[in-house]
Design a protein around this ligand. Structure first.
Ligand SMILES: [Zn+2]
Length: 281
């Protein structure tokens, strides 16, 4: 009787110590080691998946429309301590280390956004909406002029599939593609989605627009390739005429910015700006 009490008395503190050590080792492995760029470890993957599930609910409005102006802080406020730490750990990485060579733009929301009404395209016989988009006024006016000319020349037009995106929306998209498309490879995801603050979609002046045609071809939806967009007469028209409306292709094939070929992604440049004058797009 006396012996078993003594054993128990020794066993309890040992068990607690063991548990504390196990928690430290596991959380150290998961969160304090620098994330592996080629593939997150299983615990990091688990936490990222949980973040995406929480954010998905918040980003999808009740109408099913995405919210391009979603604030980063309101997304972060939904997370527990561990989830927050994981997200901060990822976005503290210098995207240059992941192979992305584009510039930093801003984390501020611009005050010059106009609301772009939703447009409907027909995909596999079904009507689908682009949802409401936002766009700085100057580039939106040039987009409208450009489409008027495209309709005259081709009898076709392109809709804005994605216009302005806040740093919050960009954070959501990065983690979404990290989890769902790129098997938790930070390196692979960085070729397709920019970090918050680094996207041309967040630039208050020289912002980017992603286009989709009336038949739902955007080059990046499931089952589509960039070449599907590249083959469109609308794309060929852009190559010849977009610069007259201050729009430029940002990511041609084998670009020096470390970004995959994105024929649907065009950015606006303020006329006369140094960037437009170089002619390197
Ligand atoms: Zn884009």
């Amino acid at each position: 009787m006396l012996a078993s009490v003594r054993t128990k008395g020794r066993f309890v503190p040992l068990a607690i110590l063991g548990l504390v050590l196990a928690v430290l080792v596991v959380s150290g492995y998961a969160f304090y080691t620098k994330p592996n760029f080629e593939r997150l470890n299983p615990l990091q993957r688990y936490v990222v998946a949980a973040v995406v599930a929480k954010w998905e609910k918040q980003v999808e409005a009740p109408s099913g429309e995405k919210q391009p102006r979603m604030e980063y802080n309101s997304l972060m406020n939904q997370l527990n301590f561990i989830e927050k730490m994981m997200v901060e750990r990822i976005f503290a990485i210098d995207p240059g280390e992941l192979g992305f060579k584009g510039p930093f733009h801003t984390l501020e929301q611009p005050g010059n956004l106009v609301k772009v009404p939703p447009r409907t395209y027909i995909l596999k016989g079904q009507g689908k909406s682009t949802g409401s988009q936002y766009c700085p006024e100057a580039s939106y006016n040039d987009y409208l002029r450009m489409m008027a000319q495209m309709r005259r020349d081709l009898g076709r037009e392109l809709f804005i599939n994605s216009g302005y995106r806040s740093p919050g929306m960009q954070a959501y998209l990065f983690l979404y593609y990290l989890a769902k498309t790129h098997q938790y490879s930070l390196q692979e995801t960085a070729r397709a989605v920019a970090f918050p603050g680094y996207s041309e979609h967040g630039d208050p002046v020289n912002n980017a627009l992603d286009f989709i045609n009336a038949a739902g071809i955007d080059g990046e939806s499931p089952g589509q390739t960039p070449e599907d967009f590249e083959r469109l007469p609308e794309y060929q028209w852009l190559l010849q005429h977009a610069h007259k409306f201050n729009f430029y292709l940002s990511y041609p094939r084998n670009n020096s910015l470390g970004v995959a070929f994105e024929p649907w992604h065009w950015h606006w440049e303020k006329p006369g700006s140094a960037k437009a004058a170089t002619g390197t797009k």
